[in-house]
Design a protein around this ligand. Sequence first.
Ligand code: PXL
Length: 265
Amino acid sequence: MRVLAINDISCAGKCSLTVALPVLSACGATVDILPTALLSTHTGGFTGYTFLNLDAEMYKICDHWETLGLKYDVIYSGYLGSRAQIDLVIGLKKRFLKEGGIFVVDPVLGDNFTFYKGFDEAFAADMGRLCAVSDYILPNETESFLLTGERDFSKALEKLRAVCPHPVITGAEDAKGYGLYYFDDAPRYLPLKKITGNFHGAGDVFASAFAGCVGGGFSMEAALKLTADFCYASIERTAREVPDRRYGLNYERELFRITSAFREQ
Ligand code: PXL
């Protein structure tokens, strides 16, 4: 399986591409990367971080790849550095996704019911257009709200499903408890255990593992269960081992869950 991971490089604080590469590799993928921006850290909870937008370089990289005839089984996109990049990524499906390949979009926009720094309503509307050309989308509860205007997850899932065949709303907390709302061939709910706290980078660990599992041949349900187990174990370990939660998940020693599932597949 050959995967293209489109995301930023946050040099410190595990998230985005520094997470996507090892996690997708554990799924047995050969991973190429298209970096969207270069930051000293991610933007959540840090001040004074550096940010270099890579718009111009992305166009050049893609033009070169076209001369090589590169094609991917899976394209997975996460944090995008500008609205212009959204149109570029929409175009990549046609240019680089194999016939029958899978396009997974994590519409990174915000958390805790606020936008991440640099994002706004216009960005969310453009992200909606990217969701509309994808096979799987993985909004968290905040992003689900920003994309649909719905706080009720069943209604939000219905709206997302009108746009994309397989939406997953992650980290959804409501009267039912905590879990995933998703649509495979019908609307479904997967209850999960919750560990209290704000764990930066958890969404990227989740999206990378899910893209690798579903791209690697697991059913949507099996991919979500395996991904959720891996994330839970990583978050539990992080809660024990990492005092400063801005630096991301200690997922490394939990990767065996993924590699062993692929060995048994
Ligand atoms: O984990 C999402 C993410 C990715 N990349 C950057 C971010 C964030 C969230 O804050 O700032 C640069």
